[in-house]
Design a protein around this ligand. Structure first.
Ligand code: HEC
Ligand code: HEC
Length: 155
């Protein structure tokens, strides 16, 4: 009987000490900001390197805005000027060798084609981002539609 009581007392003591340490130390949470305690600042993640002059990346689905295979540091895009269009506008592609913005960029919200790039496609960086060597912060099991239709990969 005594032994059982002693064991029970030990277990109880153990539990209280666990409860106490949990109370004094905030729980470790491993979210996107790492395991830094909630009250502290976490270390800033490394700035990813921009792939300049890189190969174009395959789009994950046809409607994806293609990623930008070159740096865009200091390219002005505001009310006064759009430096992207100085290469990607239809009339500029001859000298720049850049692909023309596609026809969807001339459409207004009713699907009407305008003479110039539509205001809703003016701020290029709303949708297009430069390619960087970043790892996805959250794992995902996205499957390309081609692999879904044709899992063997044979044409
Ligand atoms: C000096 C000319 C120049 C400027 C300025 C420029 N680009 Fe480009 N861009 C190019 C060229 C050339 C390519 C094609 C590169 C290749 O095929 O390897 C390209 C490729 C791209 C692509 C990939 C297209 C595709 O089909 O994969 C996107 C998106 C793009 N640029 C967006 C932008 C945006 C947004 C800006 C402004 C922030 C910009 N570019 C400014 C010359 C330019
Ligand atoms: C609202 C989102 C959005 C904005 C803003 C936008 N784009 Fe796009 N862009 C897309 C999407 C989506 C595609 C791929 C499907 C398509 O062509 O519409 C694309 C395709 C492209 C392509 C590839 C064209 C081709 O035929 O392969 C280029 C180059 C491009 N955009 C450049 C630009 C430039 C330069 C700007 C700024 C003047 C711009 N885009 C603004 C969404 C956008």
């Amino acid at each position: 009987m005594l032994r059982i009581l002693a064991a029970a007392a030990l277990i109880l003591a153990g539990l209280t000490s666990v409860a106490l340490t949990q109370e004094t130390r905030p729980p470790e949470v491993a979210g996107l900001r790492g395991t830094a305690p909630l009250a502290d600042n976490s270390d800033s993640p490394r700035m990813p390197r921009v792939e300049d002059g890189a190969m174009r990346r395959v789009r994950n689905y046809p409607e994806q805005p293609p990623t930008i295979p070159h740096h865009i540091d200091g390219y002005q895009v505001d009310r006064n000027a759009n430096q992207c269009l100085s290469c990607h506008a239809r009339a500029r592609t001859g000298e720049s060798g850049a692909p023309m913005v596609s026809i969807t960029h001339f459409m207004d919200r009713e699907g009407q084609f305008l003479a110039t790039v539509s205001p809703r496609r003016y701020f290029c960086n709303q949708c297009h981002v430069p390619q960087v060597d970043a790892r996805p912060p959250v794992e995902n099991d996205f499957v390309d539609i081609d692999s879904l239709i044709n899992p063997t990969g044979r044409q």
